[in-house]
Each structure stands twice: as C-alpha cells, then as structure tokens.
Design a protein around this ligand. Structure first.
Ligand SMILES: [Cu+2]
Length: 238
C-alpha cells in the first residue's frame, strides 16, 4: 500500500526564473544547511468520513513541514483554467510570492475573485481566450470563487518556508529530503479540521507516520458572491 509520491505531482510549474536567480537560490539552500543529513519522512493519511468510512478523495489533502530553518521556495507562475464552469485544478499549492493566472476556456464570461484575508482579489468579468492573474504574497489559504457561477470553487495554499507533498490516492505520502531538525507537520483537507503536530527528525528516517483527519462533521455550505449576497437571491439563474 505504500507508494512514493513525487512532491511536484499536480503542482505549479516554475517558469521564467532567470538562471542567475536559480543559481543564487541553490547556493542559498546549500549554505543554509551545511553538512546536514537528509532523510525521508513517509506515512499514510486517512480521511474519516461520516459513518467512520475512509474518504475516497484523500489525494486532495496537502501535508507540509514547517520550520524557520528551511529555505523559502522560489515563487512560480502557474495557471488554474476555468473550464466547464469548474476550476481546473481545484487545489493548488504555491510558494509565497507566486503568480496564479486564470485563463478562461469557456465560451462565456467568468469573474474570478477571492475574499480571503491572505490574498483577496477581483479579476472582473472576462471572456473566452482571455487570461488574468494575481500575485499571492502571503502564506495562507486562499479560497477562490466565481461571481457568476455559484458552483465554482478552488483553494490555493500559499506556503512560506518548508516542504509540502500531496498523498497518493491511497493516502500514502513521502517527504524525500528532510534535514534533521524540529518541525511542525501540518495536514490539511478541505472537508476536515486541519491538524498540526510537532515532528522531530533525527539522522535516521523515522518510522512511517499514521495520520487521520476527521471529516465526519463536514457539511456543504454554499459560499456567498463577492458582495456577500447569496447567489440564489440575485433574481436570475446561472
Ligand atoms: Cu464562472
């Protein structure tokens, strides 16, 4: 049941980072951790749904190791497409300072917005073939919606220092190169209460972790539009 998951699977693709900047970042990373052994931290996450059944979408979870001693990841530029009245992909993780663009592939207008404290924005109405974006400067959770279509939602997790992974479809995860040290391990899934716990990593790889997130009390709540009104109160159908 244990699978190795690439930490880059399903994530933002770095583009247009100048070679000199990449070299400077690499030197910075190496200088920050001279001679520190790196080990793998792996385990398995279970989402507990109503009736104590395991959630089938555990692969939508995100786990990250936080420590002020870990170097910050370089900002990237990534895209979330609006297509078929959905955001694709729906869950994205990017380093702080990254640019997220929203190309519209639908033959009608969307209005992408967020009211999240860490990264509020309103891209306005725009149509097929157009693309607008925003820079997310601060670590946190950014809920993204469309002011036209109530069913559209995405989540962007903006991370500061640290490493992150997403589990495979069976919940298995693996951080491949973790320097020895003290960390906080955060586990997030959109239906569950997030969990954070201390994690000490020594010179040898720790025993696989068994983690559970409780989603048994989750229920769907329709978000409001960008003015705080219910979509259903706006006098027209979408
Ligand atoms: Cu829309």
């Amino acid at each position: 049941m244990w699978l190795t998951v690439s930490r880059s699977a399903g994530y933002a693709t770095p583009v247009r980072i100048p070679p000199l900047l990449r070299l400077a970042a690499l030197i910075g990373c190496l200088a920050a951790q001279p001679g520190v052994a790196q080990v793998a931290v792996s385990g398995r996450l279970t989402i507990l749904d109503r009736g104590d059944r395991p959630g089938q979408d555990v692969g939508n979870a995100v786990l990250w190791l936080e420590s002020p001693t870990l170097p910050a990841a370089m900002p990237v530029e990534t895209r979330i497409v609006t297509e078929g009245k959905q955001f694709v992909p729906r869950i994205v993780v990017v380093p702080a300072g990254s640019t997220v663009r929203f190309p519209n592939n639908d033959p009608f207008n969307h209005n992408v917005f967020s009211l999240s404290e860490q990264g509020s924005f309103d891209l306005g109405l725009y149509g097929r073939g157009e693309e607008k974006g925003t820079v997310l400067a601060h670590p946190g959770l950014v809920q993204v919606y469309c002011n036209v279509h109530a069913q559209m939602s995405a989540v962007i997790l903006v991370r500061g220092n640290g490493q992150w992974v997403r589990p495979g479809s069976d919940g298995s995860f693996r951080f491949s190169d973790v320097p020895a040290g003290d960390y906080t391990l955060h586990v997030w899934h959109e239906r569950a209460q997030p969990v954070s716990q201390p994690l000490r990593v020594g010179a040898a790889a720790p025993a696989p972790l068994a983690l559970t997130l409780d989603a048994r009390r989750w229920r769907f709540v329709q978000h409001k539009d960008k003015t705080g009104r219910a979509y259903s109160d706006r006098g027209r159908r979408y």
